[in-house]
Write a protein that binds this ligand. Structure first.
Ligand SMILES: [Zn+2]
Ligand SMILES: [Zn+2]
Ligand SMILES: [Zn+2]
Length: 472
């Protein structure tokens, strides 16, 4: 695959939405519509010593740049690969004595690159960086204040560069980053670690029920043969069949929110009114707010109101306990909350699904897999009723259910979830992604264990217990 190949997509006038991209040929689920390297990207301020500034992998023992002592890298290969991007930054940090915030660093990196290569860095880039939407005029007062502060910091930092720019131009640049920046996750897809600008991706419009998904592939820089090396890049992947001429869409927000909340979020962060089919027809809102039904009887409206208010209070307390890393308290609060929700809210209710998700995550972290597996299963059952069958979040949740069941000793259910997750991730992440590769080896391992279990379950359990004792 060549990074930057745009044979499958083209720019078109998407009417009210402005510019858009559409398919130039028929596409199937899992097809890579295009892949693109970042124009510029930076690691978040909070993770500058924990994430490689070149490949965005999170790992221990990073080496820092001997000159600015700010940038961190896996090794020489990563440092060399990133030098042209870091060179000016390195000088500016040394002269100002300290690195500015992530948005200022990104704005400067973009501008240094614009100076070096102009706003277009490859033949397949469809739009110049400074032609992207900036929405500066749509910013609320708070946002404008932040922007002015950033611009001032920028000038102090950039003054060591060669060329000066107007306040308007730099403000526009910050606006572009704010509404087009793509959040980059670590190699396991578990934590947001940085933000980057991918010009072609910025042309893909939003739909709450999109036909594509975007995934960051960190590439392979560790293979012995350099012929097998690949660059870090985003991939736009089709999640279902797409006909020639159909508009390509991705979702800018998490689908697991009520349509009104998604619309509010999109209005505030991206400055448009979502009129997609799922929002206009409020599809799935009823399931996301559903109440439990037992033997044909429903809880009273007052009871439902009470439990909704209580759930929101609990979720706030749970958040605080999580920030304090008091995980046993998180579990206690979650169990109390679920007890109150039981028989009042349905398993597809978002308030219940959030608690399922946190409980299974924290219990797995505490290595209590047998209890975690039950919550993970109920979370996946709820997600399955709400999400597109090839939703990446559903895939990751299914993987978690597989791992907890497997580690909790439920090999049959574990293997089934792992196979299901593998099927989804083959579409959303592709066979070369690190997570898919992990899943593939888990699939092989659980298949083997399942075979042993079916042949002689007693022998299998005793072997398993012995193996667990060794690891404990
Ligand atoms: Zn690296
Ligand atoms: Zn440096
Ligand atoms: Zn929508």
């Amino acid at each position: 695959m060549t990074v930057g190949n745009m044979d499958s997509a083209e720019l078109f006038d998407a009417g009210k939405k402005g510019r858009g991209l559409r398919a130039r040929k028929h596409l199937d689920a899992g097809d890579v519509v295009f892949s693109e390297s970042s124009f510029s990207a930076v690691v978040f301020d909070s993770l500058v010593t924990k994430v490689c500034h070149s490949c965005f992998r999170q790992q221990a023992d990073l080496h820092r740049c001997a000159q600015c002592k700010f940038a961190h890298y896996c090794d020489r290969t990563c440092q060399t690969a990133c030098w042209s991007e870091h060179k000016h930054e390195c000088g500016a940090i040394r002269k100002t004595g300290k690195a500015p915030s992530e948005s200022v660093r990104l704005a400067a990196r973009v501008l240094w690159r614009v100076h070096k290569d102009t706003g277009i860095v490859s033949d397949s880039q469809l739009i110049s960086v400074d032609q992207l939407k900036d929405h500066v005029t749509d910013l609320p007062e708070e946002g404008l204040k932040q922007l002015q502060t950033d611009v001032l910091t920028f000038f102090a930092y950039w003054s060591h560069g060669r060329k000066q720019h107007s306040v308007e131009y730099i403000s526009k640049l910050f606006g572009i980053i704010k509404c087009n920046g793509f959040t980059m996750s670590d190699q396991r897809g578990l934590q947001a670690v940085g933000v980057g600008l991918f010009p072609n991706l910025c042309l893909v419009n939003h739909d709450c029920w999109p036909n594509c998904t975007v995934i960051l592939n960190h590439g392979n820089q560790s293979a012995l043969s350099s012929a097998l090396h690949s660059q870090s890049r985003i991939e736009l992947r089709a999640v279902g069949k797409i006909s020639e001429g159909e508009e390509l869409t991705v979702s800018y927000v998490d689908f697991l929110n009520l349509s009104a909340d998604r619309q509010k979020n999109l209005r505030e962060s991206f400055h448009f009114e979502c009129t997609c089919q799922h929002c206009s027809e409020k599809i799935s809102d009823d399931l996301m707010t559903a109440t439990a039904e037992k033997g044909g009887s429903k809880p009273s409206a007052d009871k439902v109101k009470e439990i909704i208010a209580l759930s929101k209070e609990y979720l706030e307390k749970i958040d605080i306990a999580r920030i304090d890393r008091d995980y046993h308290k998180v579990v206690t609060l979650c169990c109390e909350c679920l007890e109150k929700q039981e028989n009042v809210l349905a398993d597809t209710n978002l308030l219940k699904l959030r608690v399922f998700s946190i409980t299974s995550e924290v219990l797995s972290f505490l290595r209590n897999f047998s209890e975690a597996s039950d919550y993970a299963r109920r979370m996946v059952e709820g997600y399955t009723k709400l999400c597109h069958p090839n939703n990446a979040l559903l895939g990751m949740a299914t993987m978690r259910a597989g791992v907890t069941h497997w580690h909790g000793g439920q090999i049959e259910a574990g293997h089934k979830f792992i196979c299901k997750a593998y099927g989804i991730l083959m579409v959303t992440h592709g066979p070369n992604h690190a997570i898919t590769k992990d899943l593939e080896s888990m699939r092989t391992q659980t298949e083997l264990e399942l075979k042993m279990f079916k042949e002689d379950d007693k022998k299998y359990q005793s072997m398993r217990d012995a193996a667990l004792q060794i690891t404990v």
